[in-house]
Write a protein that binds this ligand. Structure first.
Ligand code: 5GP
Length: 142
């Protein structure tokens, strides 16, 4: 079954589209966290970022900064977050890869309250860091 974003990409469901190329479509989020909140979506229908083809990934990498520049220029903002959720427990509601571009306003009344992030960081575990990095490097094939 096509995802809701595929149906938007196919224009079966209306959206306020802001960008389209052979691999990527971007449109305004229907429930923005701030004015100018845009979703950037690969046409390729994958649930998770790590499933994307290199072709789609490269196109997204090129489109994201270009769309971010346009959002900043159109909204007059200079700060923003790029958010990309993978998996229900990581707050992914729509199972089709997408990047949020969320402008940050100095005066919340102008753009909504925006994105709130709780960053529960902890010191890097000294004994774990080296083997963990090695395990990731091994799987990167480097
Ligand atoms: P997620 O939590 O999956 O990262 O974010 C999904 C986003 O898609 C939400 O911000 C939500 O508002 C947006 N969204 C869901 N359905 C629609 C829709 O039909 N149209 C548009 N434009 N945005 C949608």
């Amino acid at each position: 079954m096509p995802s809701i974003f595929t149906r938007i990409i196919l224009r079966e469901i209306p959206s306020h589209e802001v960008y389209r190329d052979a691999f990527v479509v971007a449109f305004l989020d229907i429930a923005p966290l701030a004015r100018g909140h845009v979703l950037v979506v690969p046409i390729e229908e994958c649930e998770f970022l790590h499933q994307l083809s290199d072709e789609s990934a490269a196109a997204l990498g090129q489109a994201l900064p270009r769309i971010a520049r346009a959002v900043l220029a159109a909204t007059g903002t200079t700060a923003y977050n790029v958010l990309q959720n993978n998996g229900e427990s990581a707050h992914q509601a729509v199972p089709h890869v997408h990047f949020h571009i969320i402008p940050k306003y100095l005066a919340p009344a102008i753009g909504g309250d925006g994105l709130a992030i709780q960053w529960n960081s902890q010191p890097l575990a000294v004994g774990d860091a080296a083997p963990l990095a090695a395990a990731i490097r091994e799987r990167m094939g480097v």
